[in-house]
Ligand binder design. Structure first.
Ligand code: IMP
Length: 426
């Protein structure tokens, strides 16, 4: 029996999909514990490409259980579209479970996400416009609706009325917008609820039963550590707990139950949306990384900002997640760079600092201090053995291991499921 968590160590888009997919193959149960359809995993199986936003990648494996945990926020319409799209491609949903405690993303959350971003003007966060922030606000304000409410017509009606009573006032009075019609929202929600009802259940209870039966349970994190509401570059973050601790409250598992945390890091860094990014390369090399790494958002299509690996940020991620093992993705994308830069410290206000500051404004002023490693040439996409990687690629990998004091047990060399080098058992 083992319980493993995979988390992103950067600003999301670390290539977790590949690692998650690989680990999902070994697990019996695959669980998402936070976030919503702001996430996007691309998984390529044979020549088929799947883009998953809400549903855990375990759904792609026959016989495995896929669970959406209570820490998620779920847009029922988006979920139904994803289910329908996968069913059309013959994916089976017999082992699919949605927590009755997961919160709903409702139409007014989408509108509020857009309006709040507009109101922030040049200070906007660059959200994915999926209503994620406003849905988590309602959860914390205790006026949210939950998946379980979809099962009870009267309760759904009364909770929706109360929520709309609040939100329509805000929309009309603060933002000068049209109110939502209670009846329309109710009808579409109830209809969605009828279709989702067979999957809605107490997933925390199920997870505990499966754990006792000795099943392998795998938690797939979405977004990344630097987008965590508490440990990220606040306020340029998402609204959920993206770090490994989020598994406990987001899925209802005690901290002592988690056996292993795997941190996924891309061989370079990217960020979508606003906020500081000390090692961002706005020049030719950054452009090369974007094009060769296909760095465009799965969810929004936005071009990602690109730059170099940042040791203080990675060390922070290893620490706050309690990472045991690292997985390094997209090393193939670095081929063809004469030199590879890695930030090992920052210079700020005349001082040298070695750790990520909590103060995001300070992080924004940090000038990276780089070490430069020699690059390498050649297409790595077919490399299967670690020893067959160019010497300088191995040197880069071992350099990161040395800086983090952690083993890199998986190296990604391409988007396909099998384009991966394993170094020992995961
Ligand atoms: P939100 O999660 O839509 O509220 O967006 C907040 C911030 O998180 C924005 O900078 C988004 O670009 C970023 N973000 C949210 N989800 C992802 C993701 O899956 N990958 C990368 N960035 C994300």
């Amino acid at each position: 029996m083992s319980i493993t968590t995979v988390v992103g160590t950067q600003w999301g888009d670390e290539g977790k999909g590949k690692v998650v997919d690989l680990m999902a193959g070994k697990a019996d149960v695959i669980v998402r514990f936070q976030g919503g359809n702001n996430a996007g995993h691309t998984v390529i199986v044979n020549d088929d490409k799947f883009e998953l936003h809400l549903i855990p990648s375990g759904i792609l494996y026959a016989g495995k259980k896929a669970v959406m945990g209570g820490g998620m926020v779920v847009d029922p319409q988006a979920l139904l579209e994803e289910i329908d799209g996968l069913k059309e491609r013959d994916i089976n949903f017999d082992n699919f479970f949605i927590s009755d405690a997961a919160h709903l993303v409702l139409p007014y959350h989408l509108v509020l996400d857009r309006l709040e971003e507009e109101m922030r003007g040049p200070e906007n966060l660059g959200t994915t416009s999926r209503g994620i922030g406003p849905a988590y606000v309602d959860k914390a304000a205790r006026r949210g609706l939950r998946m379980g409410d979809l099962l009870h017509r009267e309760r759904l009606a009364s909770r929706l009325k109360a929520a709309l009573n609040y939100h329509n006032r805000i929309l009309e009075k603060a933002f000068n917008q049209e109110p939502f019609s209670y009846q329309e929202v109710f009808n579409s929600l109830w209809e969605a609820g009828r279709r989702l009802a067979p999957y809605i259940t107490n997933t925390a209870l199920l997870l505990d039963r499966w754990r006792e039966e000795g099943k392998h349970i795998f938690f797939e994190g979405a977004q990344g550590t630097l987008l965590d509401i508490d440990h990220g570059s606040y306020p340029y973050v998402t609204s959920s707990t993206t770090v490994a601790g989020g598994v406990c409250h987001g899925a209802g598992i005690g901290p002592g139950r988690i056996d292993q945390v795997i941190g996924v890091t891309k061989a370079y860094m990217t960020r979508v949306g606003e906020g500081p990014f000390p090692t961002e390369d706005k020049g030719e090399q950054g452009k090369k990384l974007r094009e060769e790494g296909h760095e465009y958002g799965v969810t929004t299509g936005r071009p990602r900002r690109c730059g170099w690996l940042d040791v203080p940020l990675l060390r922070h991620a290893c620490r706050v997640n309690g990472i045991d093992i690292l997985a390094l993705t997209k090393i193939d994308v670095l081929s063809g760079h004469r030199e590879i830069k890695v930030a090992t410290a920052y210079r700020v206000d005349g001082e040298e600092i070695f750790e990520m500051p909590t103060d995001t404004d300070l992080l924004g002023r940090c000038e990276p201090i780089y070490e430069t490693l020699p690059g390498w040439e050649g297409n790595l996409s077919q490399v299967k053995e670690y020893s067959d990687l160019p010497e300088n690629a191995r040197r880069y990998i071992e350099y990161i291991e040395g800086k983090m004091g952690l083993p890199i047990k998986l190296v990604g060399v391409g988007a396909e499921r099998n384009q991966v080098i394993l170094r020992g058992d995961l």
